[in-house]
Write a protein that binds this ligand. Structure first.
Ligand SMILES: NC(=O)c1ccc[n+]([C@@H]2O[C@H](COP(=O)([O-])OP(=O)(O)OC[C@H]3O[C@@H](n4cnc5c(N)ncnc54)[C@H](O)[C@@H]3O)[C@@H](O)[C@H]2O)c1
Ligand SMILES: O=C(O)C[C@H](O)C(=O)O
Length: 339
């Protein structure tokens, strides 16, 4: 029998449309699996009945994490891989590759301050993905997401494997935060609420569309919406400061990463009407990459959905974010093309 903790964890995830039924055999690889996000994400993916094979890769520490997670009595077969020599085997045959590899922020840093280290890590990992599992859906968590996704796209283009339907910047944590903060302030049920979050994943590029929240709260003033928008945009910094030098969001990110990977798996398995916000190649605005609602299907992105009607405040936020997002995209492209 399943331990009750596993059951209640599964129940919580199921309420958010996490999987409840098995489908075809699916392999998921986590790169950076021994890290702050990687470990709880490995746990959550081990609990996901859609995963038949779970590959845990890192530069160090994965044998222990894999041994630990593998003892859980759920169906996914877990294997640990460590170091460059084992990266190919870790990736081979993957349907979904989740990347939380790289350094996190410390207080006082922006996500862009991580570029110099993480850009190289992402580039190397994506080069290996192009070689060993070119058809996998890639879920990019490593920051700065606004630049690491364009880097990945350039690496795949160079390798001749780029498929814009298969590359995703994971912005689910912004949605998770917007839901929590909106429900808390607006007095609606946190289990039912949804809020689209568009743009990118850093500061003002994170644009929650509270005017489209469902169910809508009727107790929020324009000032409340302004404050909720700011809190969502600064959610990552709130955690970085609270952790006081010990990293950034890991547990809420692992939850968000597990929700997004589950949506990708459901889409691959042909479950209809799977929609999540994600930072993808886009024509929704003039920017080549943009986060918005995306319909997921058997080949990854089935449709990038438009923004819908925006409030005047959101329209203003959209115009304000474009400059920063554009330069983060260009920085990523330039880095990948110059190497
Ligand atoms: N997208 C988001 O919403 C979001 C949310 C939280 C954190 N993040 C980002 O996720 C990243 C990881 O955060 P964390 O808290 O888990 O950091 P962490 O330092 O705890 O873990 C990172 C892991 O990556 C591993 N790693 C480093 N280089 C690697 C390589 N070449 N190949 C494989 N693994 C490698 C490290 O060994 C480590 O185990 C950071 O860049 C952080 O900013 C993104
Ligand atoms: O804020 C960070 O640096 C990590 C992550 O992007 C987050 O939003 O929590």
């Amino acid at each position: 029998m399943r331990p009750s903790l596993l059951k209640s964890a599964s129940d919580v995830l199921r309420r958010r449309n996490y999987s409840s039924a098995a489908g075809p055999e699916r392999k998921v690889a986590i790169l950076g699996a021994a890290g702050g996000i990687g470990q709880p994400l490995a746990l959550l993916m081990k609990l996901n009945p859609l995963v038949s094979s779970l590959s845990l890769y890192d530069i160090a520490g994965t044998p222990g994490v894999a041994a630990d997670v593998s003892h859980i009595n759920s169906s996914a077969l877990v294997k640990g891989f460590m170091g460059d020599d084992q990266l190919g085997e870790a990736l081979e045959g993957s349907d979904v590759v989740i990347i939380p590899a790289g350094v996190p922020r410390k207080p006082g840093m922006t996500r862009d301050d991580l570029f110099n280290i993480n850009a190289g890590i992402v580039k190397a990992l994506c080069t290996a993905i192009a070689k060993h599992c070119p058809n996998a859906l890639v879920n990019m968590i490593s920051n700065p997401v606004n630049s690491t996704v364009p880097i990945a796209a350039e690496v795949f283009k160079k390798a001749g494997t780029y498929d814009e339907k298969k590359l995703f910047g994971v912005t689910t944590l912004d949605v998770v935060r917007a839901r929590t903060f909106y429900a808390g302030k607006g007095g609606v049920s946190v289990n039912d609420v949804d809020v689209p979050v568009v743009g990118g994943h850093a500061g003002i590029t994170i644009l929650p569309l509270f005017s489209q929240a469902t169910p809508a709260s009727n107790s929020l003033s324009p000032e409340d919406i302004k404050a909720l928008t700011k809190r969502t945009q600064d959610g990552g910094t709130e955690v970085v400061e609270a952790k006081a030098g010990k990293g950034s969001a890991t547990l809420s990110m692992a939850y968000a990463g597990a929700v997004f990977a589950d949506a990708c798996l459901k889409g691959l398995n042909g479950v209809p009407d799977i929609v999540e916000c994600s930072y993808v190649q886009s024509t929704v605005t003039e920017l080549p990459f943009f986060a918005s609602k995306v319909k997921l299907g058997k080949n990854g992105v089935e449709e990038v959905l438009g923004l819908g009607e925006l409030s005047a405040f959101e329209k203003e936020g959209l115009e304000k974010l474009k400059g920063e997002l554009k330069s983060s995209i260009e920085k990523g492209v330039k880095f990948a093309q110059s190497k």
